[in-house]
Design a binder for this molecule. Structure first.
Ligand SMILES: C[N+](C)(C)CCCC[C@H](N)C(=O)O
Ligand SMILES: O=C(O)CCC(=O)C(=O)O
Length: 488
């Protein structure tokens, strides 16, 4: 059972945080958060303040607003009695989905993306056809609109026929990019301290069940909220390690593989002390910080404190972006070096040594995709421009205020039997100071192992529109995976 500590335990520097009242923002939509909608208004703030959680784990401190009528809607599935119009214009094939929506695919792109067994290995899903054998000016002998998709006949010794399912072409459309049907399942829900009313939780029994449905629920929670509890976990390192491995193999570091630690400085890091730790993400000194971090408190005797802090870094960033856009931009640009130098046998710094910005964005979509923040592990700032030094310190001061506001901080006193997993690219964690004997165990999981497991489970439990539309096509599914999986 989780005991939520309603008062905020003193952190190491125990500064009272007098914050100007941050407007309570409900769901938020920013260019940086394309899949989350927001209504930030006084009405929304009132809504939040009177918020009463629904009973399901999906209840959050936010409610989603109806899709905006002016946003382009995904195209309907192609009906066999209403096939798209197609036309060739020299270097491209144009597909008319309806009177107003056309996609254009370059001939060379289409030839390169043939998924027939000769061009694309049906088991390994690797390209077999040599891209560089495609003539620069390749032109189809014929293009046909078939119920199964676009059929293209290419010139070669014996004509080569490629089929491209309509749903796959809609999803792959680049000229123009088309709205996607399954974006709702990709929604992330930003949260503040009110998440304490209904934190995302699964049971240990659900997660270890062989049908993987509970495992999928757990990983879906982590994807949507950036963290999830697991209740009913046997309070042993062995059970916790097995739980971790349900997601993927554990990532070994200088701290070991599966860790079982206490305040004995067994490793050269303040985690192995009784000190309070402010909200941070781990591994800022690695080029690729771990994806997930699992914690399970095994025991705490003869003492108090040691409460766990969780902060949604995406939520805090969205507030900072709204209220202090210049600070947001500075933290999105200035690279922060970091180190782990507490073990004699290792000295970690990221490549490149200049480090990475606190707020990392997808270079194509502009979406915020990673928070990297551990002010204790931050190294000497040698790359600040003289004119930016004080601005940068002002910006991290604002960032710290957003992280440490009562609206952002979710304090919870972990109990043996309840583990927590955080997305280390989004949710910051910390703890209050403590005394007595405290034993914590856990593990890191690599970001690609986490994403891979979620992708595999999504294929099974929530196949997107393309997998649904192509599942009965001949030779689509080989070795349990569709050649039309949009992830390929
Ligand atoms: C291994 N364990 C999780 C116990 C501690 C790791 C040390 C955390 C380090 N200061 C960082 O922020 O990455
Ligand atoms: O001891 C705890 O509760 C958390 C320690 C921590 O923040 C870490 O290991 O990264």
């Amino acid at each position: 059972m989780l005991k939520t500590s309603l008062t905020r335990p003193a952190l190491r520097s125990a500064r009272p945080h007098h914050l100007q009242a941050l407007p309570r923002l409900v769901n938020r939509k920013f260019s940086a958060f394309p899949t989350v909608t927001r209504t930030s208004s006084l009405a929304a703030a009132r809504l939040l303040s009177t918020y009463t959680p629904r009973c399901s784990a999906s209840a959050t401190a936010t409610t989603s607003t109806p899709s905006q009528p002016d946003q382009p809607q995904p195209l309907p599935e192609v009906a066999s009695d209403d096939l798209p119009i197609i036309s060739q214009d020299g270097r491209q094939v144009a597909i008319g989905w309806d009177t107003r929506t056309w996609s254009r695919f370059h001939n060379i792109w289409l030839r390169d993306h043939c998924r027939c067994p000769k061009c694309f290995h049906p088991v390994t899903k690797q390209r077999l056809f040599n891209t560089f054998d495609i003539p620069k000016d390749i032109t189809p002998l014929r293009v046909e609109s078939r119920s199964a998709g676009l059929e293209v006949t290419w010139p070669s010794k014996e004509p080569h026929v490629s089929l491209y399912p309509w749903s796959w072409l809609q999803r792959s459309s680049y000229d123009p990019p088309l709205p996607r049907k399954d974006s709702s399942s990709n929604e992330k829900i930003l949260w503040g301290s009110k998440i304490m009313q209904s934190p995302p939780t699964v049971t240990y029994e659900e997660v270890i069940a062989a049908d993987d449905r509970g495992l999928y629920k757990w990983l879906s929670n982590i994807y949507k909220f950036g963290f999830s509890f697991v209740s009913g976990v046997p309070a042993t390192p062995e059970a916790t390690e097995e739980l971790s491995k349900r997601i993927g193999f554990i990532r070994e570091t200088q701290y070991g593989k599966f860790w079982d630690f206490t305040s004995d400085l067994a490793k050269g890091d303040t985690a192995y002390t009784t000190l309070a730790l402010g909200a941070h993400t781990d591994n800022t000194y690695f080029t690729d910080p771990c994806g997930l971090q699992l914690f399970h408190l095994l025991s705490h005797t003869d003492g108090t404190g040691g409460a766990t802090l969780l902060v949604d870094g995406f939520y805090a960033a969205s507030i900072m972006k709204e209220l202090h856009p210049e600070a947001y931009q500075l933290l999105s640009r200035v690279r922060v070096p970091a180190h782990a130098a507490g073990e004699a046998g290792s000295l970690y710094t990221p490549a490149p040594p200049t480090g990475y910005p606190v707020l990392g964005h997808d270079a194509v979509t502009g979406e915020l995709v990673q928070v990297r923040w551990n002010n204790d592990d931050r190294s000497v700032m040698t790359r600040l421009e003289a004119g930016e030094v004080e601005k940068w310190y002002d910006a991290i001061r604002v960032w710290n205020k957003c992280l440490t506001s009562a609206d952002s901080e979710y304090w919870v006193q972990l109990q043996p039997g309840t583990a927590v997993v955080v997305d280390n690219h989004r949710v910051l964690h910390g703890r209050s100071a403590f005394d007595g004997k405290r034993r914590m165990c856990g593990a890191y999981i690599g970001v690609d192992e986490y994403r891979s497991k979620l992708a595999v489970l999504s294929e099974k439990f929530s196949p997107g529109a393309v997998l649904q539309a192509t599942k009965d096509l001949p030779e689509a599914n080989v070795n349990g995976r569709s050649i039309w999986n949009p992830a390929l």
